[in-house]
Design a protein around this ligand. Structure first.
Ligand SMILES: *Cc1c(COP(=O)(O)O)cnc(C)c1O
Length: 395
C-alpha cells in the first residue's frame, strides 16, 4: 500500500528534532554534523539567533497580505541585492525552480518586447540542474528526470559544460539566451572556468542574446563571494537565487538588469506567496549576516582550512578519494569508489554530506561552521577513509 507521504524520495531513516549551528540532534540526543546544510540551504546553520528573532518577531505581527499591496521587506531586500551585484531589479518567489522559470520567462519576454518573439530557445549545459517543473527539467535535460513525463517542453538545446565552440554552434536565429550554473551543484560541484564564463558573456554580446545564471546553489556567499560569478569580471543579465537566500525558509528570487527586464511589466508575471512578509523578514536577516564586515573573508579562510585538510586525506587514501574539487564552502570529494558508499560511511560517523553527479560527495557546511567543526569533520572523513581503504593509508 502506498505511503500517505508520496514515495518520491529514497529517504534515509533518520529524523532530527533540533539544530544548532552546524549540528543537528535526533530525538534520542545523537549529534550529527550537517555538512550538507540540507542541500546547500541552511546557509547560517540551524537556529541562528538573528534568523529566529526575525522570523518570530514577524510571526507575531503579520504573515501575508499578497502582492496586491506594497511590501516594505521586499523593497529592503531587493535594494540590498541590487546594491551588491549587476542587477537593477528583483522578483521574489518561493523556490529554485520558480526562480529559474522566471529567468527563462524574462529572457523570452525580452526578445518578444524587442520585436523578436522567435527568439525563445535557451542553451543549457550537460550536467545542469535547474529544477523539477516541466520547463526547468527540460532545461536540465537529464533523461532520468524527464523520463515518463510526456513531451519535453520545447526550447532548450544542450552543449557540453565548458565547451565554448560547441555552444556557439548551437546559437541560431531562435536563440534567446545561454543559461549556466557558474558552479554546477547536482552535476558534481563542477566549477565553470573563468575563461568559459567570460567566453559565454562574449558569445551573448556578439549574438545579441542574454546570459542567464543559475546561482540557486552557488550564490549567497557559498563560494566566498556573495555571488559565484563575482570571481570573474563578467556578470549575467538575469540570475536565479534560492536555497541559501532564505537560510531554510522557502524563498527564491530572480534578478535582472533594467534592459533584460524590459518585458516584465505589470501583469506579465506573478505569484501568490512569493516575497511574503515572513520570507522577507528572514531574507533580510540572512543577507545582513552575509554582508556583515568580515563574514565572506572568514568563509574563504575556513574554506582553505577544510580544502587543505581534504586534500591531505585524498593524498593518503587515493583508493577512496581521488581528488578534491570545488571552491569556497562548496566542495566535492571525487570518489574512487561509489559515492553513495562514501556518504554512508560518513553518515555512520554522524557526518552528513550530499552525493552528487560525477561520483562526487558534496561537502556544503553552513557558512558559519567553526574551525573546530571543520577539524572534527576532517577526523571523521579520515576515519571513514581508513575503514573504506581496509585500514591502509598510502602515506
Ligand atoms: C536546487 C536547485 C534548483 C531547484 O531548486 P528548488 O528549490 O528545488 O526548486 C535549481 N537550480 C539549482 C542550481 C539547484 O541547485
Amino acid at each position: 500500500m502506498i505511503e500517505a507521504v508520496m514515495p518520491t524520495y529514497a529517504r534515509i531513516g533518520i529524523s532530527f528534532e533540533r539544530g544548532e549551528g552546524a549540528a543537528l540532534f535526533t530525538a534520542d540526543g545523537r549529534r550529527f554534523l550537517d555538512f550538507g546544510s540540507g542541500i546547500a540551504v541552511s546557509l547560517l546553520g540551524h537556529s541562528h539567533p538573528a534568523l529566529v528573532k526575525a522570523l518570530t518577531d514577524q510571526a507575531g505581527k503579520l504573515w501575508h497580505t499578497s502582492n496586491l499591496y506594497e511590501i516594505e521587506g521586499q523593497k529592503r531586500l531587493a535594494k540590498k541585492l541590487v546594491d551588491n551585484c549587476f542587477a537593477d531589479t528583483v522578483f521574489f518567489c518561493n523556490s529554485g525552480a520558480e526562480a529559474m522559470e522566471g529567468c527563462i520567462k524574462t529572457a523570452r519576454k525580452y526578445h518578444s518586447a524587442n520585436g523578436n518573439p522567435e527568439r525563445y530557445r535557451v542553451i543549457t549545459f550537460e550536467g545542469a540542474f535547474h529544477g523539477r517543473t516541466l520547463a526547468t527539467m527540460a532545461a536540465g535535460g537529464q533523461k532520468k528526470i524527464l523520463d515518463g513525463f510526456g513531451p519535453v517542453v520545447d526550447g532548450f538545446d544542450q552543449a557540453p559544460f565548458g565547451d565554448l565552440a560547441a555552444t556557439e554552434k548551437l546559437i541560431g536565429p531562435n536563440t534567446a539566451a545561454i543559461l549556466v550554473e557558474p558552479v554546477q551543484g547536482e552535476g558534481g560541484v563542477r566549477v565553470g572556468e573563468r575563461a568559459f564564463l567570460t567566453g559565454l558573456r562574449r558569445l551573448c554580446d556578439k549574438h545579441g542574446i542574454l546570459l542567464l545564471m543559475d546561482e540557486v546553489q552557488c550564490g549567497m556567499g557559498r563560494t566566498g563571494k556573495l555571488f559565484a560569478h563575482q570571481w570573474t569580471d563578467i556578470a549575467p543579465d538575469v540570475m536565479g537565487l534560492a536555497k541559501g537566500i532564505g537560510g531554510g525558509f522557502p524563498l527564491g528570487a530572480f534578478l535582472a538588469t533594467e534592459e533584460a527586464a524590459k518585458g516584465m511589466t505589470a501583469g506579465s508575471h506573478g505569484t501568490t506567496y512569493g516575497g511574503n512578509l515572513l520570507a522577507m523578514a528572514v531574507g533580510n536577516a540572512v543577507i545582513d549576516q552575509v554582508l556583515a564586515e568580515g563574514f565572506l573573508e572568514r568563509v574563504n579562510v575556513v574554506s582553505s582550512r577544510l580544502k587543505q585538510g581534504l586534500a591531505a586525506i585524498a593524498d593518503s587514501y587515493p583508493t577512496v578519494i581521488k581528488g578534491i574539487r570545488g571552491t569556497g564552502l562548496m566542495l566535492g570529494l571525487e570518489c574512487a569508489m561509489t559515492n553513495g558508499d562514501v556518504a554512508t560511511a560518513l553518515r555512520e560517523r554522524q557526518l552528513l554530506t550530499v552525493p552528487a553527479g560525477d561520483n562526487v560527495v558534496r561537502i556544503l557546511p553552513p557558512l558559519v561552521v567553526t574551525d573546530a567543526e571543520v577539524d572534527e569533520s576532517l577526523e571523521l572523513i579520515e576515519s571513514a577513509c581508513r575503514d573504506l581503504a581496509g585500514g591502509e593509508s598510502a602515506s
